[in-house]
Design a protein around this ligand. Sequence first.
Ligand code: F6R
Length: 249
Amino acid sequence: MNHKFGSITVYVEQDYDAMSSKAAEIFSEEINKHPEAAFGFATGGTPLGMYKQLIEMNKQKAVNFSGITTFNLDEYYPISRDNDQSYYYFMMTNLFEKVNIDRDKIHIPNGNAADINKECTEYEEALTASGGLRMQLLGIGLNGHIGFNEPSGSFSRATHCVQLDQSTCEANARFFTSVDDVPRQAITMGIGTIMMSESILLLANGKGKAEIIKKALTGPITPEVPASVLQLHRNVIVVLDKSAAEGIL
Ligand code: F6R
């Protein structure tokens, strides 16, 4: 089922698997249409099903990653690339090592950079030099964050360093031994970086996300709900499972 919220197209699918299939179909079509373009990737639990589908599609030659450049949204700081909780490790094991991607064209912020501000500037510059993103994949945090752009008094612009909210550390603690092991800082694309993408694909599943999806798509546009800024973008597709869509249907 396809609904419109302003300029945002929303697909509501039966369950997580159907959401993942729809997302994989949309993302792979975009890659096949623009095989040499740059694409933005996300980590987290939400896109895992979509990544599994993309791996399968790649095996069957239904999507070709060989010409694309990739930029991930974010990375913890400090963290080393071989730490199995790093987003680098996540992307390699859950997608990049399993598809025909050119490793030299993968960009993930360096969580071990000596100079974090320099890393942020260079990351943004590399993204701009690539010609900009064709499609950015997003999940959404329970507090409305996109990337690691937490609720705040203003929308951030370019890639920058952030302090993570306690609620985000707690939500992510499930992947670490304890909440104390979750790094307190991160490097993230800014809201400005995300909004420059030609198109945006946002995914959410589960009852827990219903409230924030409602706020993001139908509430006031405010940096207190960072995802609400997407109402101002001209080309956003949202794919939800039924539970995450409960608040808007
Ligand atoms: C991940 C990211 C985060 C997640 C969000 C939702 O790269 O930037 O904004 O998309 O925290 O996470 P999950 O999918 O685990 O609910």
